[in-house]
Write a protein that binds this ligand. Structure first.
Ligand code: PAF
Length: 281
């Protein structure tokens, strides 16, 4: 396994790899890897000859009061997991190499990124799209794999790829959960023991909404109401940012479940912001 830190070295290697007609699969991450990331690596592995995993905590996608400074890092463990999973290249650039002092170009999406997390994290998706576009130009993947937990992120990236004609196939991997159901996230490490126990009820609330749907409930305010009730009682969050039911394609709120509906929540448990979602049907 190669570990590359220079943008120029990564881009040259990508060009050489493409010249040899080898398919590049790409998993962009911010490091502190877990089984969720590894599941994306396996998807990339099945679709390509060379798997590149990038590890870069992207400053421009964090707001001024967010957790950029304390975002967890463990490069040794990350490298071990990547080696074990057969990643070919770990690309771990420095912020200075990625963003020159006078960089002034950003990628902006104007519709899908305005609701859900976009409403509570102004500038976040501009930061995500800018780094993903840059990474696509550096790594030059044929296929890129993103996690389904960040459903809005995945949709916004799909839209960028379509609207800006990036020659990259986007694959969205399923959410990987802890045995008790909590969606895996690098941020779970912030949770105290008690917060961790309560956090599992986020998924419990989503499962409850799914059961109501299976029993015939189609009104999304009923589904959202049940989720809120369980979250308020059993998660006891410090803040509920949103509990939304949106059309999966447009990310616009829906009152009745007809097409594929994304039921998504963002809550703060203590100081930790957690997101989760299900798709129904
Ligand atoms: O999902 C993430 O880890 C990040 O938002 C991404 C896509 C790697 C961009 O920094």
């Amino acid at each position: 396994m190669k570990i590359i830190s220079m943008v120029s070295a990564m881009q040259s290697l990508a060009i050489q790899t493409r010249q040899k007609c080898r398919c590049i699969g790409f998993v962009p991450t911010m490091g502190f890897l877990h089984e969720g990331h590894m599941s994306l690596v396996r998807i990339a592995r099945n679709k390509s000859d060379i798997v590149v995993l990038s590890s870069f905590v992207n400053p421009v996608q964090f707001g001024p009061n967010e957790d950029f400074d304390k975002y967890p890092r463990d490069e040794t463990k990350d490298d071990m997991l990547c080696e074990r999973e057969g990643v070919d290249i770990v690309f771990r650039p420095s912020a200075d190499d990625i963003y020159t002092n006078d960089h002034s170009v950003y990628v902006e999406e104007e519709k899908l990124s305005t609701g859900l997390c976009g409403k509570f994290r102004p500038g976040h998706f501009q930061g995500v799209l800018t780094i993903v576009a840059k990474l696509f130009n550096i790594v030059q993947p044929h296929v890129a794999v993103f996690g389904g937990k960040d459903a809005q992120q995945a949709r916004v990236i799909e839209q960028m790829v379509r609207d800006l004609n990036f020659p990259v196939e986007i694959i969205i991997g399923p959410i990987i959960r802890e045995p008790d159901g909590l969606a895996m996230s690098s941020r779970n490490t912030y949770l105290s023991q008690d917060e961790r126990k309560r956090a599992v009820n986020i998924y419990v609330s989503l499962c409850h909404a799914r059961r109501l749907y299976e029993q015939g409930v189609r009104n999304t305010s009923v589904l959202r109401g049940k989720i809120r009730e369980i979250i308020e009682t059993d998660v006891q969050p410090s803040e509920i940012e949103y509990i939304e039911a949106v059309d999966y394609t447009t990310l616009q709120p829906v009152t009745i479940v007809q097409n594929i509906t994304l039921v998504a929540v963002a809550v703060k448990v203590g100081r930790t912001r957690l997101i989760d979602n299900i798709l129904i049907p």
